[in-house]
Every structure is written in C-alpha cells, then in structure tokens.
Design a protein around this ligand. Structure first.
Ligand code: SF4
Ligand code: SF4
Length: 372
C-alpha cells in the first residue's frame, strides 16, 4: 500500500476524533466500529496483521463507507482521506480474493458487461425508444448519462434529452456506453477501472466534443479527478448537468410541471465532491410557482442517501435506514417534491419514499416540463 496512506491511517487511528458524529453510516449503525476512526483502526490493525483481514467481519467493516465525504468537513488532520483509505484496503481484499461475496459478484458482472447492472443494461436500452434514435457521431456536447440513469432511471435521460433539445444544444451520446469506472474504484478493483477508463477516453475523443455533460455526479468526479490520477486525462471540459444548464438558462420558467413546496437534496458527490451547491438551487429558483424549503441538514452537512460506495451491497439494512433518515427530513419541510441531482440518489430515495406522500424527482425531470 502507498506510504502516504499508511501514514494517514496511523494519524487517524490516534487523533482526537473530531469526526465522531459526522459519519452517516455510523449514525445509522449506532456503533463506534464504523465511525471513520473505527475504520482506520481496523485498517491499521489488519495491515499490522493483528486482525485477520480474511475474516469476513473484519473485511466487511472496510465496506461500511458510502464515500459521502462528510468526515472531510470535520476532520482537521492533514492528509486523512477515508475514501482513499477504504479504497486501498478494499483493493487488498479484492486482490487476495477475500472481498465480501456481493462485491466479488459485482466485479464479475461489471467485467462481463462493462456495466454494474449486467444483462439488465441491454434490455433497458431496448425498452427506451429515445435510446434508439440516430444521433450524429460528432457534436459539441456529449451527454454521458451514466449507468444508473440509463438502466434504472431512463426517465432522467428522456428528460435531459428534452431539456437539451428545447435549448437547441448540439449534442450526442455514446451508444452502449461503458461504466465510468468509479464503482470499480470504490469497490477495490483499480485494474477493472483502468480498462473502463481507457475505453471511455477513446470513445469520448472520437465524438470530437468540447464538453462532456453528465447528470451523474459520480461520473463527473471520476472524469475530473480519477481519470487524470490514473493517467487518462480528458482533454475536454466536464460539467454536471446543473452546471451546464445554469450557464444557459436565465429566464423564469413558466411551462408547467410540479410546483408548490419542494426541497432539494445535495448529492454527496455534487456538493462535497465537486463543491457545487448553488447551480441546482438557482435553476430551481427560476421555476415559477416552486417554493424551495431547506432541510435541516443541507449544503456541506447534507445527509447521504445511503446508496453510495456499494453500501447497498454490503450493508443493505444500514443503507436503507440512511434513505429513510433523509426522507424524514424532507417530509419535515412540508415539501411535496424531493428534488435531487444524482440518478443514484433518486433510485435510493424513491425506494424509501414508496409509501410516503413525497415524490422524488431528478433536477432535469422538473426542469423539462417547466421549460414548456
Ligand atoms: S477522520 Fe480525521 S478527525 Fe476522524 S479520527 Fe480520522 S483523522 Fe481524526
Ligand atoms: S466518507 Fe462518509 S461514510 Fe465514509 S467514513 Fe467518511 S463520513 Fe463515513
């Protein structure tokens, strides 16, 4: 393992624990083992061979992280990054064949289909007529939907197409796009991630685009941060759809769609990951008749929906509890609509909200009808 990560594991294991109450996974679990220093201490002991990483209960602890980065807002210790630390120890478990069984199955599926949803991805593309359209091969803007929007939330893609067309944007898509690679990195398989990155870099360059626009904050973080770190620098601008549309829209939107009271959930990787809190709020603020109510925890303190970092695979009960915790906050605002800007948040919060009066929508789904 990298020497700087080994050093940061030591620092975290012996620090005063200012992050103690920051971690949403530990709060949902109500335990000390899964707070950030708990994870670091387990990593430290496992690397020193005082705990056996091959023991499922030990390895499993290093998967109790959604990569939400909430601990970074509280941690004042230089160089400690729980995301990097968990990824590195997870990579050891994958390389040694001792990763939790759902993680091993996940990697098999991702490598066979280049998509975390496996065979389901092909069927999904066949069912959505918008995907069958003949896009031109080259365009100024590449809309990269990301696996979750394309497979599990195709209505987000349809809405994004509608918005881009309404604004006269010259855009194209990648037919049968491969996963951006971030889930492979998160779940400890950097080799698989590099294969996906190399393919995507070439496919993106072939479109001749100047801007990659994605509705998935994870894809944007991957393209902007993980690709260059792995030696696959994209020679184009990469923007989240909220950032791209914020630059195009300045008038009041009076077309229609959901109005009344709504609340906005800052997705972890759009907010803490990319530092973007205002663009989605400015866009929502332009919709005539929409009143935006703030949740008790928002912006840098936004709660994680529980769906990131592979947590639904490894800690499913915890992950669901986190979704309910966030939903209760949205209900407390009196909002009828919970808007987010991440397809994975939408999937996970929609599951939590199945029996609630709150409707969960992605940002582009509320902008498309408002544009008329
Ligand atoms: S994450 Fe930061 S604040 Fe928390 S225990 Fe580790 S070093 Fe300390
Ligand atoms: S990134 Fe989020 S889930 Fe992971 S340890 Fe930090 S606060 Fe907990």
């Amino acid at each position: 393992m990298r020497a700087d990560l080994l050093e940061s594991i030591k620092r975290c294991a012996f620090c005063p624990k200012m992050c103690r109450f920051a971690c949403p996974v530990a709060r949902a679990n109500k335990d000390e083992a899964t707070i950030p220093y708990g994870l670091c201490t387990v990593a430290d002991l496992a690397l020193a061979e005082k705990l056996d990483l091959a023991e499922p209960s030990v390895a499993g602890l290093l998967y109790a992280c959604t990569e939400c980065r909430a601990c970074r807002e509280y941690c004042r210790v230089e160089g400690v990054d729980l995301v990097e630390i968990c990824r590195a120890v997870r990579a050891e478990t994958v390389a040694r064949g001792i990763a939790p069984e759902p993680v091993a199955r996940f990697h098999q599926k991702l490598q066979a289909y280049h998509n975390p949803y496996g065979a389901r991805a092909r069927h999904a593309h066949e069912k959505v007529p918008e995907f069958q359209r003949a896009f031109s091969r080259k365009a100024r803007v590449l809309y990269y939907a990301g696996c979750t929007a394309a497979v599990a939330q195709p209505e987000i893609v349809v809405a994004a197409f509608r918005v881009l067309e309404r604004l006269g944007v010259d855009y194209t898509v990648l037919p049968g796009a491969w996963c951006c690679g971030l889930p492979a990195l998160s779940l400890g398989n950097p080799g698989a991630a590099q294969e996906l990155m190399a393919h995507n870099l070439q496919a993106i360059q072939e479109t001749g685009c100047q801007v990659v626009v994605s509705g998935c904050p994870s894809c944007v973080v991957a393209f902007r941060r993980d690709y260059p770190e792995a030696g696959f620098e994209l020679p184009v601008q990469v923007l989240h759809v909220s950032q791209y549309l914020d630059g195009l829209l300045d008038a009041s939107l009076t077309g229609g769609g959901p109005v009344g009271r709504a609340t906005y959930h800052d997705p972890c990787l759009l907010g803490r990951g990319l530092g973007e809190y205002q663009a989605p709020r400015r866009l929502l603020g332009r919709i005539a008749g929409l009143e935006l109510a703030a949740m008790a925890w928002s912006h840098q303190d936004s709660l994680c929906c529980g769906g990131g970092g592979g947590l639904p695979l490894t800690w499913p009960t915890t992950s669901r509890k986190m979704g309910y915790g966030l939903l209760y906050q949205a209900i407390a605002t009196g909002a009828q609509t919970l808007v987010t800007a991440c397809p994975f948040c939408k999937s996970w919060l929609s599951l939590a909200a199945r029996k609630s009066p709150v409707r969960v929508l992605d940002l582009v789904e509320i902008l498309a009808p408002a544009l008329g």
